[in-house]
Design a protein around this ligand. Structure first.
Ligand SMILES: Cc1cc2nc3c(=O)[nH]c(=O)nc-3n(C[C@H](O)[C@H](O)[C@H](O)COP(=O)(O)OP(=O)(O)OC[C@H]3O[C@@H](n4cnc5c(N)ncnc54)[C@H](O)[C@@H]3O)c2cc1C
Length: 431
């Protein structure tokens, strides 16, 4: 019996088998595996959506070859175990890039689609699923289905953001975008209040990529980062860093309220001027956390949760203040807090999380019931204003809140493969 954990190391699950696949043809027999099954990529989901207690994870990250690249259209076709890092290595030297990328490049294409991931350009490009032109889905009865907006379109919509429950995504075709090179012209702006964040956001229409870091020790203040790929004249040759990460040096718990406060204060004050402009490589800009492998160990043995929600723009500043008050009153502290806006580009995914509004992602060390209670209270606030919580980061939301956030779940359930399930799905659909 092998133990496989998700990125947050919470919840713990050891009652799980894992089968690692390297050959596409071997997947044909998945119907013969006893019990529940679930596809698995690189386990970069924080909670239990990539786990199946009592069942078998099918790790397809070894089925990762490239299949075709159409130079005229810029459409890349790969097996779904290929990572975004692999795709970047192929695309950047050809003057192309990913249409959308999350905050780590070490995720598989299958995982990126199953969670319909978003990036810093949601307001310009929507989710990753918006750029998938076709995918191949293997069901547990051995049926292989081609799915797109026009072929098996309902299953296509259910699979994008479908949490791995509709079958194994085996092959993926997606639209890549033009890119002059690896350098981003970036700007970092200090803000002192949520109102200032709002003003900067309003004036960031010309920036393709935007995101803000918030200091939880003084809620409301933070650093707003925005940027575009720099013009050709300021570009440099691309040197791949794929797989080159520094190992996390210590196997010890580093995160506690004191270190968090110190980090937040230092990080906010590291920039002396209000605005700092610089040409930087796309890697620290998009993937600052990829530099160190295993940094999640700093949260200690009990792990951590990342809590991410999106709320509509109406009155969002007051709602954010209410949630931050709740967190501050409870003396919880967060090492990493990210605030950004989503635009109105609708994802084709039936269960996709992103929608127009403001999204906040906060990391909390797992301290047990006190944290779970506060997050339940926060869920109720998010729910009351028409927002939703992100399943791919979740490890604890109640069935009542899940069903209120995603009332379409009963329609979606019709597309779930009968052999597929996950710990997340069992938890949130419990009667
Ligand atoms: C540092 C960091 C930053 C992140 N930043 C962002 C961000 O900015 N935006 C964002 O949206 N997310 C972000 N994430 C979350 C991450 O992008 C998603 O969890 C992603 O889905 C992980 O992909 P994975 O390959 O590791 O898949 P896993 O975590 O292993 O699995 C994720 C889901 O995909 C399913 N799955 C995997 N492979 C397949 C397949 N072939 N067919 C069908 N289903 C499959 C699994 O069953 C599971 O439900 C971040 C995560 C980390 C650790």
């Amino acid at each position: 019996m092998e133990t496989t954990l998700s990125f947050g190391n919470y919840p713990k699950q050891s009652n799980q088998n894992l089968i690692k696949y390297f050959w596409y043809n071997d997947l044909q027999n998945i119907g013969e595996i006893k019990g529940d099954i679930l596809p698995y990529g690189l386990g970069k989901s924080y909670g239990d959506s990539c786990l199946i207690d009592g069942g078998t994870l099918l790790d397809i990250s070894g089925i990762n070859k490239f299949i075709n690249y159409d130079e005229e259209t810029g459409i890349l076709t790969c097996y779904a175990g290929a990572t975004l890092a692999d795709c970047i290595d192929f695309l950047l030297p050809r003057g192309r890039f990913l249409p959308v990328t999350p905050g780590t490049k070490y995720v598989t294409l299958g995982g990126a689609i199953a969670n319909d991931v978003h990036g810093k350009n949601h307001h310009k490009a929507g989710t990753f699923g918006c750029h998938v032109t076709e995918l191949e889905l293997l069901r547990s009865d051995g049926t292989l289905l081609q799915c797109s907006k026009t072929i098996n379109s309902e299953l296509f919509a259910a699979t994008i953001g479908g949490l791995g429950l509709t079958g194994i995504i085996t092959k993926v075709s997606f639209q890549t975008v033009e890119c002059p090179g690896p350098i981003i012209e970036s700007e970092s702006i200090k803000f002192r209040t949520f109102e200032e964040f709002f003003d900067i956001t309003q004036n960031s229409e010309n920036y393709n990529y935007t995101v803000a870091w918030v200091d939880t020790s003084v809620p409301g203040r933070g650093l707003y980062n925005r940027g575009n790929f720099a013009p050709k004249s300021r570009q440099k040759p691309y040197k791949s860093t794929n797989g080159k990460m520094l190992p996390f040096p210590l196997n010890m718990e580093l995160i506690n309220p004191l270190t968090v406060k110190a980090f937040n204060t230092l990080y906010y004050n590291k920039q002396l001027s209000r605005i700092k402009k610089a040409d930087v490589s796309f890697e620290p800009f998009f993937y600052p956390l990829d530099a160190v492998d295993g940094w999640n160990k700093a949260y200690g043995k009990k792990g951590f949760v990342q809590y991410q929600f999106v709320i509509p723009f109406d009155n969002y500043i007051n709602v954010l203040k209410e949630i931050f008050n709740l967190i501050t009153r409870s003396k919880l502290s967060s090492f990493l807090t990210v605030l950004k806006t989503f635009g109105n580009i609708k994802s084709p995914g039936m269960m996709s999380f992103p929608r127009e509004g403001v999204t906040l992602a906060i990391d909390f060390k797992m301290i047990g019931d006190a944290l779970l209670k506060i997050l339940d209270e926060s869920d109720n606030i998010v729910n009351s204003v028409g927002g939703v919580v992100y399943p791919c980061k979740d490890a604890r939301m109640s069935p009542e809140n899940f069903k209120a956030f995603y009332p379409q779940w009963t329609d979606f359930a019709k597309y779930i493969d009968p052999k597929f399930s996950s710990s997340f799905w069992k938890r949130v659909t419990k009667e």
